[in-house]
Write a protein that binds this ligand. Sequence first.
Ligand code: SF4
Length: 404
Amino acid sequence: MKLRISSRLATFAVDKLQILLRMPDALIATTAPASKINLLGMTRAQLESFFTDIGEKKFRAQQVLKWIHHQGVRDFQDMTNLGKTLRDRLSETAEIAPPIIDSQQDSADGTRKWAIKVAGGALVETVLIPEGDRATLCVSSQVGCSLDCKFCSTGKQGFQRDLTAAEIIGQVWLAIDSYDGWQSGKGRVVTNVVMMGMGEPLLNFDNVVSSMELMCDDLAYGLSKRKVTLSTSGVVPALDQLADFSDVSLAISLHAPNDAIRDQIIPINKRYPIANLLSSARAYIDAQMDKKRVVTIEYTLLAGVNDQVEHAQELAQLLDGFPCKINLIPFNDFPQSGFKRPSGNAVSRFWKVLMEAGFIVTVRTTRGDDIDAACGQLVGEVNDRTKRAARYRAQYEEMDTIEG
Ligand code: SF4
């Protein structure tokens, strides 16, 4: 079966994976009547087309982009460098509609997590992790996720829908707005973005690419491409085409030193095994102008599954000569996960093997523990079309009965 991965791309075969791209979602209003066009998720080029289509000059796009993303302005009447007639016309036909913050939790360590309500009523989560003069925003790309990685809380919920570009970039907008950071002069609220929240970003290709474009556009958030990271579990056909549309940093959720283990914990590996994934990631890096770029390898350590010294040695062999740095993530346990966090000793041993093999290795410190904001703990309520959550609960209850 031929499926389209993106309206930007040529059609290619990816059977089973539901990589279906739709109308540019930036054009879909998130919260207001369908007759109004939401300008929040539009890239510079899309906004220029919007203005030329209504008989205005292209430069209006630049003015409006700055109002929305530099100043946080939502009311066209406050855009004082637009003429009154244009302001009235925009008020009638368009809107700037971010998603809605449903709740906010602040951790003792400064991490802030938002549950964000999107059209249809589902919740997705966004987390801001301050660290020294950096503040990294972890952004969601889908409501739930279809990939069912076994150690992931979001994966247990099944999949509902892709987020629109407005709902993705809206998470950046809301984070800044939440700190009243538009003109605070206190430095940037968001210095880095990682597409590592709920969902697999490459399965929502167009909207994620548009949003990342806005993150990096000087007329919007102006982040360096090195400071925006897309993380994928391995949708190889989409990754193969990413370099044609984006040059942000890349992270691979590897989590295993071989296919036998990865098949067990990341089902998409059966479709696109490690060798294909690494080769696609290398091609992406090779296509970049900046030849010093490396891939971040994310490796969640699961006690007794992938955290032994022999696994570290196998990983070192696998990544020998591959341009990367390795981020070790001790698993954050959550109820009914079925996995355990490794001991401190196991983490140290693993780290040491990789260091001695010459890799740059970091160990991710857990942040926002008290508000369940850590990696793999984003659990917004999802209307589970795949019924995976129910199946999982039934399975768990059965296990519990047998063990009890
Ligand atoms: S780890 Fe990422 S890709 Fe895997 S199920 Fe969770 S959200 Fe989806």
